[in-house]
Design a protein around this ligand. Sequence first.
Ligand code: ADP
Ligand code: MG
Length: 240
Amino acid sequence: MIVLDKVHKCYGPTAVLRDCSATIKLGEVVVVCGPSGSGKSTLIKCINGLVPFDRGTITVDGVSVADKHTDLPALRAQIGMVFQNFELYPHMTALQNVSLAQIHVLKRSRAQADARSEQLLARVGLANKLASRPGQLSGGQQQRVSIARALAMDPKAMLFDEPTSALDPEMVNEVLEVMQALALEGMTMMVVTHEMGFAQRVAERVLFMDGGEILEDSPKAQFFAHPSTERARQFLTKVL
Ligand code: ADP
Ligand code: MG
């Protein structure tokens, strides 16, 4: 579903992604971890074309992200993104936030979009919050709205960038549970997170990044039991 081949990116003289290669298969859940500044967010943003890269290729379901003939808005609509800070529109209700891109990008009628939004908000446990604005919701609820919004585009894959890092501890689980349910339903997911419990329960594979490199790409059991690099081993002693 997602293939990265020797992706290289610099900001000025500094390489922030160094020949990153990885393959995420249909239905697979891959957790990406690594220290702050290792390039995780940049890698995720390259996949849906939010950030350009200098060399290498990325394809999503066979479509090359950097090819100038690719319809990038169309490709982006097929990749759901969930960010650390929710990025909801504060003046809109939960329902309106989830309906917006369905109407403007997928050209659904408002009635069709709202029906789908209601369904998805119910699925993330927010059936009774349709008319609430983000400011009236907890962080965990806001993040679940943003997951519903991404799902509303019927994406081929979902990318999560530290979706629980901005949440109070008691709200982390309600978001992870929604993500786990999604994984069980077969969604292809790439999840940047330091929640190693989630990785152990849900991921098939773990990518470990440091200094812009993917240093490990291992089945989760192997990653947690026998990390093959010293840097990954040190990282694990800090986050486990
Ligand atoms: P992570 O998500 O793993 O913390 P990032 O992908 O955000 O790492 O950042 C990787 C490196 O790229 C860091 O050194 C960061 O300072 C740098 N970086 C990220 N975005 C920019 C930018 N827009 N301009 C310059 N440097 C950037
Ligand atoms: Mg980041």
